[in-house]
Design a protein around this ligand. Structure first.
Ligand SMILES: [Zn+2]
Length: 381
């Protein structure tokens, strides 16, 4: 914790530079800016295998052309809906809420390599289980986690650690995933936190949830072990509204599923739908007395994909570019700085400590091997 007299009180930060100038600010060494006051809650959202190129720039014409067959690219739905002259205009069509509200007004995002901002996984496998494990445990476990199999490993996740450290009830940490393997990825100790993932019934008294819970089994996605994201979103939002967790994790999957099918068009449809869901989530948070202004949203990804028409649908240790990731942080603990340019390199292994630090907790006290928090997400530069 350091010396108490050198820490900035939250109210000094909140009152801004008038009080801070010449009083507390000067006592803090410039190289180690203190983080902002902790948030009450954190919502982590992942968009499986979403390429930074697509997130920051919208559709790539060469890739779109390569998957459009005999249809001229200008006549595709993807072009008509999402094409524009500049990357900024394209991405705002794909994810209008993310860009025009969250990035513009509520926080910051990094990972656009065109803007000199880099983030990557440190695991060498570059597929989902190793990626999510890195993201939730703070480090790669390359020699142990070598497949996407439904297996549990002996590495503490920040999810179960926060539940214990904050003495929360089991419902206080909720994980809602489209992919069934999150039942294993989310915790080393079975039953430590609330997890609902894959085609799993959501046990909730709300009549609409009972209907949706039954319906998910009757509306299969066709993807192995992964239900449609809409069920994940609706169950997760309902858990937020009724169980009122301090940590909610929504793990969406369709972006990766459609990419593997080489459906570049449906990747963008999925991103667009997810943007609407993030808007719904954010709007609810900002209209609730407990969460309003006291919640940080962390939006990130488990791996990248190839860069070219020949390999954009793929990822793995032999796909160049599959290590490239990105992260956005918005809300309570984040200074609104928009898109970050020319940043020091970041890693996905930093997300675990970041999630903890948003709530004012030091994950590295429990897991010294975990990478440090991402400064952008906790108010520091
Ligand atoms: Zn994949």
């Amino acid at each position: 914790m350091g010396h108490p007299q050198r820490r900035r009180a939250w109210w000094l930060v909140a009152l801004g530079p008038i009080l801070v100038a010449g009083v507390a600010w000067t006592a803090v060494p410039a190289a180690q800016p203190a983080p902002t006051a902790p948030a009450h809650a954190v919502v982590l959202v992942t968009l499986d295998g979403t390429r930074w190129q697509d997130l920051f720039g919208g559709p790539d014409l060469d890739i779109l052309r390569s998957v459009s067959g005999k249809t001229p690219v200008e006549e595709t739905d993807t072009y008509k809906r999402f094409w524009a002259a500049t990357p900024d205009a394209r991405r705002a069509k794909v994810m209008p809420f993310l860009w025009s509200r969250l990035v513009a007004k509520e926080g910051a995002i990094l990972g656009n390599r065109q803007a000199g901002s880099r983030m990557q996984v440190v695991n060498r496998h570059r597929f989902s289980y190793p990626g999510y494990s890195e993201l939730l445990t703070g480090a790669a476990h390359d020699d142990v986690i070598t497949s996407n199999d439904n297996r549990r490993y002996p590495f503490l996740t920040v999810l179960e650690w926060l539940r214990a450290d904050l003495r929360l009830p089991k419902s206080g940490v909720g994980v809602f995933g489209s992919w069934e393997t999150f039942r294993f990825i989310g915790e080393r100790e079975e039953g430590a936190v609330t997890i609902n993932a894959g085609y799993q019934d959501f046990d909730h008294p709300d009549p609409e949830m009972r209907t949706l819970s039954a319906l998910q089994h009757l509306a299969p996605s066709g993807f192995h072990g992964a239900r449609h994201d809409v069920y994940t979103f609706r169950f997760g939002l309902t858990h937020l509204q009724t169980a009122r967790p301090r940590l909610l994790y929504l793990a969406f999957d369709e972006t990766d599923d459609w990419a593997h099918q080489k459906r570049y068009d449906l990747v963008f449809d999925a991103l667009h739908r997810t943007d609407r869901q993030i808007e719904q989530l954010w709007t609810w948070l900002q209209n609730d007395a407990e969460y309003r202004g006291r919640t940080t949203l962390v939006l990130t990804v488990d791996h990248g994909r190839g860069r070219l028409p020949a390999d954009w649908s793929d990822h793995g240790d032999s796909t160049s570019g599959a290590e490239e990731t990105w992260v956005g942080c918005f809300g309570a603990t984040v200074t609104a700085r928009g898109e970050q340019r020319e940043t020091p390199p970041m890693t996905t292994s930093q997300v675990a400590s970041t999630v903890a630090q948003v709530l004012g907790r030091d994950f590295r006290a429990a897991v010294p091997a975990a990478a440090p928090p991402i400064p952008m997400c906790i108010g520091a530069r």
